[in-house]
Design a protein around this ligand. Structure first.
Ligand code: IFM
Length: 441
């Protein structure tokens, strides 16, 4: 049972669930082109269970049933993403009409069910042909992304309720080019600095295109992790600041303050593209809202070696299936911090929040009480922020369905709906049923 109901929130507050294309659609079907995630997944050792997104949840064919689940949960809004390679298999040039038709039908399907379509244009699967050209390291990616934006939004832009160009720039830039945990799996500081800047440049170009098409309610979605020092030393405090800088401040500062934090530039400055400052007017153009994705906190210690001179150390809080510490207060802290320091009155949305657990289907039911508690305690923090006057306008849980959790494969289950991948049977979990009740009008 949730301790909250819809009635505890302002009457215009929206509840939703989020998914992404590669994680659910089944990328091998429908004429989609190859992506750098297909390449990454076929490289031994990159994915915990050796899987890829070829079939995933077969959402490409089962989308009516999935939208019915969204409607029946009493959600208001569905956050989905469009696959670049499904629409433009080579990333540029020829369009796969079947791909565009799919998103067209999907958006109409949402509207028919009374769901607001919240589109994200890019949720991590870059067409391989563009990766061959340097992908996010190549400044031209911003123009290619602008062209993709034009093609997609000429078709569905008249009906989407909101749109954001890119999900979680930190993951696209840092996690994928410095840590090597996600495609393209690089560990290269120069590639990282360029990708981190180009992803924001692409955001800017895409936003410009959508404004040109007359679209409104355009935003940006960043992810945040609450960082705490692992011990009381000045070195741990400095390491925590550095982590906070490249994770939590770099992107929002570029978007809202038209600058990058000086402490992050101490590490990345030498590797940035020439004259990057000239792009800030494009990057920092006005937005209608900002989305925060929040899951966990990290404990940070100082470490020898090159910048950023830090390492993550295990914490003592209860953890999810992925070992992520559960720290709901961090969500409130970021809503306040983003509002006070950057967005200053702009509507905020929690665009992702949820937890992975090793959920089991027993006698046709999934008792995911831990997830109910996770969502409920995070909603308490959202309400706390609203009560303090912070304009939080909606909350999306990640995710509607169990799905392909990137380098962790299909083992972690994030859904409020269980998916049996062999039969593709969907079973609403206890968290879904509890939400359905809490969100009844
Ligand atoms: O599954 C991901 C999603 O693609 C982006 N945000 C975090 C989720 C959980 O790891």
């Amino acid at each position: 049972m949730f301790s909250h109901t819809r009635q505890d929130f302002p009457s215009d507050f929206l509840f939703g669930a989020a998914t992404s294309s590669y994680q659910i659609e089944g990328h091998a079907q429908g004429g989609a082109g190859r992506t750098h995630w297909d390449d990454f997944a076929q490289t031994p050792g990159n994915i915990a269970d050796g899987t890829d997104g070829a079939v995933a949840c077969d959402h490409l064919n089962r989308w009516p049933e999935d939208l019915d689940l969204m409607r029946d949960a009493n959600f208001d809004v569905y956050r989905f993403s469009t696959s670049w390679a499904r629409v433009m298999p080579e990333g540029r040039g020829p369009v796969n009409e079947a791909g565009l038709d799919f998103y067209d039908k999907l958006v109409d399907g949402m509207l028919e069910r009374g769901l607001k379509p919240a589109a994200t244009l890019y949720h991590w699967e870059l067409p391989s042909a563009l990766n061959d050209l340097g992908g996010w390291r190549n400044r031209d990616v911003a123009g290619w992304f602008a062209d993709f934006t034009q093609v997609v939004m000429e078709r569905i832009g008249d009906r989407v309720w909101s749109a954001a160009p890119i999900n979680e720039p930190w993951c696209v830039g840092f996690m994928s080019h410095f840590l090597g945990h996600h495609a393209p799996g690089l560990r290269d500081i120069r590639a990282t600095a360029r990708a981190m800047h180009h992803v924001l440049l692409a955001h800017g170009r895409s936003t410009e295109v959508m404004r040109g098409l007359g679209m409104s309610n355009l935003g940006a979605v960043c992810n945040f992790e609450y960082a705490v020092p692992a011990d009381g030393s000045p070195e741990a405090a400095a390491a925590t600041r550095t982590y906070d800088g490249y994770y939590n401040r770099f992107f929002i500062s570029g978007l809202m303050n038209k600058s990058y934090p000086a402490d992050v530039m101490e590490g990345l400055g030498a590797h940035m593209p020439d004259n990057y400052q000239d792009d800030f007017d494009l990057i920092g153009q006005p937005l209608d809202w900002v989305g925060l994705n929040y899951y966990t906190r990290k404990r940070i210690a100082a470490a020898p070696g090159p910048w950023p001179h830090l390492e993550e150390v295990p914490g003592s809080l209860p953890k999810t299936q992925l070992g992520w510490e559960i720290y709901p207060e961090g969500l409130h802290a970021f809503l306040k911090r983003v509002h006070d320091g950057y967005t200053r009155g702009l509507p905020l949305y929690v665009t992702e929040n949820g937890m992975a657990w090793n959920d089991k289907l027993v006698n046709g039911a999934v008792k995911d009480d831990k997830r109910i508690d996770y969502l409920d305690t995070h909603l308490t923090q959202v309400k706390r922020a609203i009560d303090e006057g912070i304009p939080v306008k909606g909350y999306f849980t990640w995710s509607l369905l169990d799905n392909y959790e990137w380098s962790e494969g299909y083992v972690p289950r994030f859904g409020i709906v269980h998916v049996d991948y062999a039969s593709q049977t969907r079973t609403p979990k206890a968290s879904y049923l509890a939400l359905q009740k809490a969100l009844a009008q």
